[in-house]
Design a protein. Structure first.
Length: 318
């Protein structure tokens, strides 16, 4: 495996007008509010951190610092401090940008996902094999969890990538859909397909319906999508599979059907029982291993309440 490319070079003041954006820059969303704040900072204090570029003919191509460069142009600054280095290879060009941003603010996940196939293809040529997740992480500076999440976005049909791309270009206060939404939805649908083959016959139609439900507040929390896999795995936890399939069919076909309704009508009680059993087992083990002086007045009072509650449940008619 090659050594990670490093940002080095000669520090110079170079003409702002002779700089070009990097066509391989994964970042595609430059939010206006953030640009305005940076522009005001540069107006007052100047460019405090040099940009990084490489020479290309009589011009320079950005490696790092496109926002600083854009703001400098708007402020009509004739020059900008820059580290000028030799032109990198296609792979090193991408890896430089990935590693720079892994140490600073993170790009939107979708912008990483859109460029990751190029990195993987170029790394395959360099390594002579398909890069592993660990190798991708080492070369790009991305955490392996980030890479896995990006791969989910990579597998989205193009129309949803474009929908999400348009969304992340909006100011954050106006964004409704997010990368987290699509990641949770895709994970949920994949679980349904594995656990209940044939239930989803038109995946895009299900995606569209769930997007509309979220945008219209039929469900408001992205984490509600995590209940869908629990419904799909009804057989594993001893739930009624027929009820679960029917509930998911309604959820994926009826605009007013909610995730919470589907969960509560099928496996909610089963999962609550499993949780209770797990807690009781944990408490029993802790009490069994407790030292003799463990029981003070407060503990005794709570244990007596626990015993009474348990006795009422055990004595109740079955």
């Amino acid at each position: 495996m090659g050594t990670k490319p490093q940002i080095t070079g000669e520090l110079r003041q170079i003409p702002s007008a002779r700089i070009r954006p990097n066509p391989d820059n994964p970042r595609v969303a430059f939010r206006q509010r953030e640009l305005d704040e940076l522009q005001e900072s540069i107006r007052r204090y100047g460019v405090q951190v040099p940009i990084a570029v490489y020479k290309s003919g009589s011009d320079y191509v950005l490696i790092d610092g496109e926002r600083r460069w854009r703001c400098s142009l708007k402020l009509n600054l004739p020059t900008i401090p820059a580290l000028v280095r030799e032109e990198p290879s296609a792979l090193d060009n991408l890896l430089l940008m990935f590693n720079i941003h892994s140490l600073r603010e993170q790009w939107d996940l979708l912008t990483i996902a859109l460029k990751l196939p190029s990195v993987m293809g170029l790394l395959k040529k360099r390594l002579g094999k398909v890069p592993t997740e660990a190798e991708l992480s080492s070369e790009t500076g991305l955490a392996r969890g980030v890479i896995r999440r990006c791969r989910i976005l990579m597998d989205l049909p193009d129309k949803y990538k474009q929908l999400l791309l348009a969304e992340i270009k909006k100011p954050k206060s106006r964004q409704k859909l997010s990368e987290d939404f699509f990641i949770e939805l895709e994970k949920a649908l994949r679980t349904v397909e594995r656990a209940m083959p044939g239930l989803i016959t038109d995946k895009d139609a299900v995606r569209d319906l769930m997007i509309n439900k979220y945008k219209s507040d039929v469900f408001k929390n992205i984490t509600d999508l995590r209940l869908i896999p629990k419904i799909a795995r009804a057989e594993r936890v001893g739930g009624d599979v027929g009820q679960a399939r029917s509930a998911l069919k309604r959820l994926f076909s009826q605009p007013g059907s909610t995730i919470e309704e589907a969960f509560s009508s099928t496996v909610a009680a089963v999962y609550a029982e499993r949780d209770l059993v797990s807690r009781i087992e944990g408490l029993t083990e802790k009490l069994s291993n407790a030292p003799e002086d463990f029981v003070d007045d407060d503990v005794r009072e709570q244990l007596e309440k626990l015993v009474e509650a348990a006795r009422l449940l055990l004595d109740a008619p079955q």
